[in-house]
Ligand binder design. Structure first.
Ligand code: SF4
Length: 114
């Protein structure tokens, strides 16, 4: 299961779109962090029964990771979009190159689990 923070900024939107892309490619399944945050037991129980949980946060505030942890779910892998050197801004856009670099960083982190 992949939980993006989906924040209202460039890095949050990249996190969301990265997750969509991975889900469409069959690399995990996008899941609703808002459902976990609102106490939705279906989402919480599904996450607790999932082997690998990936949290994709836009910035070091780490909202997706914190929401998961507050609900007793420890992410197997946690990545930050700002780790590719992006600066967080109020814009909702990002470049193709930034998306490619974040995809690579995330896949490298997942492969290190093998
Ligand atoms: S982790 Fe950062 S970008 Fe994502 S929702 Fe939280 S504050 Fe916004």
């Amino acid at each position: 299961m992949i939980f993006p923070c989906a924040g209202a900024c460039n890095v949050g939107q990249l996190a969301n779109d990265l997750t969509k892309d991975m889900s469409k490619k069959g690399i995990g399944r996008m899941a609703c962090i808002a459902a976990v945050g609102s106490g939705g037991m279906m989402a919480i129980n599904a996450a607790k029964q999932t082997k690998v949980i990936l949290a994709v946060d836009g910035c070091p505030v780490g909202c997706a990771k914190k929401i998961l942890e507050k609900n007793g779910i420890v992410p197997t892998v946690h990545v930050l979009v700002t780790d590719i050197g992006m600066k967080k801004t109020d814009e909702l856009s990002y470049s193709e190159d930034e998306m490619k670099r974040m995809f690579k960083l995330t896949m490298d982190r997942l492969k290190s689990l093998e």
